[in-house]
Design a protein around this ligand. Structure first.
Ligand SMILES: Nc1ncnc2c1ncn2[C@@H]1O[C@H](COP(=O)(O)OP(=O)(O)OP(=O)(O)O)[C@@H](O)[C@H]1O
Ligand SMILES: [Mg+2]
Length: 372
């Protein structure tokens, strides 16, 4: 909301005028009170006593010279104040105007609007930088929101279409309710339910550190719990599962439940992408930088280098058709990344390429206050 009244130029000019007038008034008072006394004294010192007409004349000359000087100084100062106010106001107003119109454009949905640094001093540069940061973040979250909506719509469309088509067929009598039809309908319903659960899980994970309950946890305890939970799935898939934890590792500040979700997702992926007869190794060791590294490495189908940067995105699957039939929504690694980031850690994927295995490294800071 804008309030009517004085603009920036008016305020600046008023402030400067007050300063000039205060200075002028003080100079006037001082000149009127002190000037004649000093003048008189000097006249006395050079031997001209009070009284003669010459002294009166000299005093009058002094007073009018003082008045003239002060008036000229005052007028010049007011003119200079006016010039400075106008100049500064123009500079500031043009920078603020750029900022205002950029903000208006952003409010109207043009999130790519940015402003240049106005070169009006560090404060204005900081304002421009902060504005650009804000605009960039808005743009990123808007892009994320749109992609998420598109992804969700895409995921929901297929099961809903299948259910709709079957129901129509049943209504028209084209299809009959056989155990197979029921199973298709149930599968599609389960897929929708799983999508809802996954979305809730990824949203929760992305809420970040707020929801974590951190406690010093030994890497061995984390990995062996994950191994125990995954064991039966691996046995039935015919994939070997090994554990290899360096002795004497420091503890990490971790939420054990959320980390078991992370390791569970990685182990689930490794099992699903490793053929029967392959193996998956779960290991922990200290990096050169003093971080605790948890690794899930498999001997399976591997990941192409150009896909490595994408697999952590929500709903991303390398082989959409096959991964869909094998039950993935493409959300597991997004959850992994969100939880690891909330712990202040990093997760990276590496692979030597197709059929040459994949490896996921999670680097965590050791819990504070312990010998490394
Ligand atoms: N160990 C792995 N080996 C090969 N490819 C992998 C491996 N882990 C993940 N991927 C690829 O990364 C994609 C994304 O994995 P992510 O865990 O996010 O989704 P998903 O496993 O398909 O589904 P979800 O985990 O939601 O059930 C997978 O679809 C798969 O193509
Ligand atoms: Mg997964």
């Amino acid at each position: 909301m804008t309030s009517p009244g004085w603009g920036l130029a008016g305020r600046l000019l008023a402030a400067m005028t007050v300063v000039v007038l205060a200075g002028g008034f003080t100079a006037w008072i001082v000149a009127a009170a002190v000037g004649p006394v000093v003048f008189h004294q000097h006249m006395g010192e050079v031997g001209m006593g009070a009284g003669p007409a010459a002294v009166m004349h000299a005093e009058e000359a002094f007073q009018s010279a003082s008045a003239l000087t002060l008036t000229i100084a005052l007028v010049t100062s007011v003119a200079a104040s006016l010039a400075v106010s106008v100049f500064l106001t123009r500079r500031i107003a043009s920078s603020l105007g750029t900022l205002t119109s950029a903000a208006t454009r952003i409010a109207a949905g043009h999130l790519d609007s940015r402003v240049d640094r106005p070169s009006l001093g560090v404060e204005f540069d900081q304002l421009a930088d902060a504005f650009n940061d804000m605009a960039r973040q808005l743009e990123e979250s808007e892009a994320l929101r749109q992609r998420l909506l598109a992804d969700v719509a895409h995921e929901v469309r297929t099961p809903v279409a299948v259910i709709g088509a079957y129901l129509e067929g049943l209504e028209d009598g084209v299809t009959t309710l056989t155990p197979q039809t029921v199973s298709v309908l149930r599968d599609q319903g389960a897929r929708l339910a799983r999508l809802a659960t996954d979305l809730a899980a990824v949203t929760r994970a992305e809420q970040g550190a707020r929801s974590l309950v951190l406690a010093p946890t030994s890497p061995h305890a984390l990995l062996s719990a994950a191994l125990a939970a995954a064991r039966s799935g691996y046995d039935s898939a015919g994939v070997e599962l090994e554990l290899d934890v360096d002795p004497g590792l420091p503890t990490v500040a971790a939420d054990a439940d959320r980390m078991s979700q992370v390791l569970g997702n990685l182990l689930d992926n490794a099992r699903r992408h490793t053929p029967r007869g392959g193996s998956v190794r779960l290991s922990a060791h200290l990096t050169e930088a003093g971080l605790v590294r948890l690794t899930v490495a498999d001997t399976g189908e591997g990941i192409d280098p150009d896909q490595l940067g994408l697999i952590f995105e929500r709903f991303y699957r390398v082989d959409t058709a096959r991964d869909r039939t094998s039950g993935g929504s493409g959300i597991g690694l997004a959850i992994v990344r969100a939880i690891v980031h909330a712990h202040g850690g990093t997760v990276t994927a590496t692979s030597a390429g197709r059929d040459r295995g994949s490896r996921f490294d999670i680097d965590l800071m050791p819990a504070p206050g312990q010998p490394v």
